[in-house]
Design a protein around this ligand. Structure first.
Ligand code: MN
Length: 199
């Protein structure tokens, strides 16, 4: 199976001025395309060729895992952003209050996890099998589904995600992403029947 880059669910300039068209064109159009191309080259002629992306992520290691997970993580990240501001539904607020004390405490802990992640990686909001939510830091291409969590939301904290617009200011980028998150989508993922993907 040849993976192809699906079109973004919004125009490349739709998130401006918070996330520039140039960032989207480099991040989605070039970085992500490179992971797609690498993945296709790596799996050609191997048993991975016949697997779904999630199955590769759950079973592969090394470069195959890295490129497969980067493809999945990026699609998930970009699909979580919305040009239109989406207020957080009460259903999610209630769960965040239960698991983090308050919605604001969740935001603070999430931001501090994003800033505290050394080097490149992803910070996730994910759900365990008992329904509780967790903030999880993953380095490089890491994805919490490998440890049995259902991903609900993520922010890419690789420097390429923010360097064009915000240079080295990861904190500003994390605040910007908070405003761009489609919280309806996050709630939708709470109700996906297949636990492992949450996609
Ligand atoms: Mn990225």
């Amino acid at each position: 199976m040849i993976y192809t880059l699906p079109p973004l669910p919004y125009a490349s300039d739709a998130l401006e001025p918070r996330m520039s068209k140039e960032t989207i064109e480099y991040h989605y159009g070039r970085h992500l395309q490179t992971y797609v191309d690498n993945l296709n080259a790596l799996i050609a002629g191997t048993p991975y060729e016949d697997m779904e992306l999630e199955e590769i992520i759950m079973t592969a290691s090394g470069p195959v895992f890295n490129n497969a997970a980067q493809v999945w993580n990026h699609e998930f990240f970009f699909n979580t952003l919305s040009p239109k501001r989406i207020n957080m539904p009460q259903e999610l607020k209630d769960i965040l209050i239960r698991d983090f004390g308050s919605v604001e405490a969740f935001h603070e802990q999430f931001k501090s996890a994003a800033l505290g992640l050394f080097g490149s990686g992803w910070v996730w909001l994910a759900q365990d099998r008992d329904g509780r939510l967790h903030i999880i830091q993953e380095s490089n291409a890491g994805n919490p589904m490998r440890n049995g969590y259902r991903p609900l939301m993520t922010i890419d904290v690789w420097e390429h995600a923010y360097y064009i617009d915000y240079r080295n200011r990861r904190a500003v980028f994390v605040d910007i992403c908070r405003d761009l998150i489609n919280w309806d989508k996050v709630v939708e993922r709470l109700h996906v029947k297949t636990f492992d993907t949450g996609k």
